[in-house]
Design a protein around this ligand. Structure first.
Ligand SMILES: [Zn+2]
Length: 228
C-alpha cells in the first residue's frame, strides 16, 4: 500500500459549496514547473485553486479544505451539473501538458494520485461514472489531463469506469445518446465531445469523428454508467 505524504498548504481561492460533493475532477497543471503552478493556485489575483496538487515526485499538497468550493472547473458541465466547482473535489496533477510536449506521468506520481483518490472516495459518495477529466466537463475549452494520462490504470485501481472491448455497437445505438448517458453535456459541440471521449478511452485514435470503435466503446460505457 502506498503511503502518501500530504502537506497542508493554503490557497485563499475558495468559497462555500452550494451542492453536495458528487464529482471528482482531474487536471494537469500545464505549466513549466510544479512550483509555478502552486504559486498560481495560491495567488488571490489568479482566482483559481484546487483541493490538491500531486507533484511529479508523489508529494501531495492540500490547498483547499474538502468542505469548501475550490475554483478549478470554470465554465463546465457534467450530467446536468453546471456548478461543477460546488459539486466536486478537484485535483491538479503536475504535468506540463500539451504546451510542454505532453510529458509522461511518472509511476510514483500515479501511485500517489491513486492513494489520494481512494481516500477521497472513502470520504464522499462519488459514483465511478462521475470521476472525470477537465476535458470531459469542458470539451470545447480543455484538453487536460491529456491523452498520456492512464485512465485504464485508475479504473483497475477502482477509480472510474473503463469500457469493455465490445465488437460493435448495435445498429440502433445512437452515439449522441450514449455520450449523454455517460455524462457529457448534450449542448456541447459534437466533435469536441467525441475528441474528449477518445482522448480518454481511445488515445491512439483521436480524430473527433465517430468511428466504429468509438461507437462500440461509448455504447459499452453508457450501459455501465446507467447502472452505477
Ligand atoms: Zn484543468
Amino acid at each position: 500500500m502506498t503511503i502518501t505524504k500530504i502537506t497542508k498548504a493554503s490557497s485563499p481561492n475558495h468559497d462555500a459549496r452550494t451542492l453536495p460533493v458528487s464529482l471528482l475532477v482531474l487536471h494537469y497543471t500545464g505549466m513549466d514547473t510544479g512550483a509555478a503552478a502552486v504559486q498560481r493556485l495560491c495567488d488571490p489575483a489568479a482566482r483559481v485553486s484546487a483541493h490538491y496538487v500531486v507533484g511529479e515526485d508523489g508529494h501531495v499538497l492540500a490547498l483547499v479544505d474538502e468542505g469548501r468550493r475550490a475554483w478549478h472547473a470554470g465554465r463546465s458541465c457534467w450530467r446536468g451539473i453546471h456548478d461543477v466547482n460546488s459539486a466536486s473535489i478537484g485535483i491538479e496533477i503536475v504535468n506540463g501538458g500539451h504546451d510542454h510536449g505532453l510529458p509522461a506521468y511518472p509511476d510514483v506520481q500515479m501511485r500517489a494520485l491513486i492513494a489520494l483518490c481512494r481516500g477521497i472516495l472513502d470520504r464522499h459518495p462519488i459514483a465511478a461514472r462521475d470521476i472525470v477529466g477537465h476535458s470531459d466537463i469542458a470539451p470545447e475549452r480543455k484538453q487536460d489531463p491529456g491523452e498520456h494520462f492512464d485512465w485504464h490504470r485508475l479504473a483497475r485501481a477502482g477509480i472510474g469506469l473503463w469500457p469493455q472491448q465490445a465488437p460493435a455497437a448495435p445498429a440502433q445505438a445512437s452515439l449522441a445518446e450514449d455520450l449523454a448517458r455517460i455524462g457529457y453535456c448534450p449542448g456541447a459541440d459534437r466533435g469536441s465531445v467525441i475528441t474528449a471521449f477518445q482522448r480518454r478511452y481511445l488515445p491512439d485514435a483521436i480524430t473527433g469523428s465517430a468511428c466504429p470503435r468509438t461507437r462500440a466503446l461509448a455504447h459499452s460505457l453508457a450501459a455501465m454508467a446507467a447502472s452505477p
